[in-house]
Design a protein around this ligand. Sequence first.
Ligand code: DX5
Ligand code: ZN
Length: 218
Amino acid sequence: MNHLIAPSILAADFANLQRDVEMLNKSQADYIHIDIMDGRFVPNISFGIPVCEAIFKHAQKPLDVHLMIEKPEDYIQAFHDAGAATISVHYEASTHLHRTLQKIRDLGLRAGIAINPHTNVQLLEDVIEITDLVCVMSVNPGFGGQKFIEQTYTKVRRLKEIIADANATTLIEIDGGVNIDNAPLLLEAGADVLVAGSFVFKSEDPIHTIQELKNVQF
Ligand code: DX5
Ligand code: ZN
């Protein structure tokens, strides 16, 4: 499978969201990554359901919603209604993860689990078959523009084995500090989806930067 690129709207210009979403429509982006932060699960607040709806109104690419919130199970229906195609909930925030994944799938969406850097991928073994995507955090969630954690490569390799052993089709997504230097190494380790916020939006020509990420060979 060709790898996928999911620019993170967290690094966009919020006063020009429509313009930035239209830029992504024209680009080779595969998904639009939407970071929801509640100031509880993570120390920062980003934006919520109305902003997700507003993005959906203009987006021509599927919305990949990353919930960095407590009690994510209470907000699945709302983000479904706001246009999500994939919803990822944090392993660390989900007491009844199996039920929550099922709830996401029952709504016809793709179900994702996001894991913090300290969370061992082995903990996902018993739910991997009902998981469409694992979002491996390569920074501690809460902020864009942080430094990539190198241990991620090992983690991705281990996760790839777990997915293969289960004969599952789960995609591995990498989120945090992704750039053109670590992208080939991540893809070689087994990543399928690369999220990139700052690297795309702070570049001079975001459409070209997305294309560069899309064209990475490994
Ligand atoms: C961090 C978010 C990321 C973030 C990535 O908590 O989940 O999606 O936007 O941003 P960069 O690419 O700048 O690290
Ligand atoms: Zn994210």
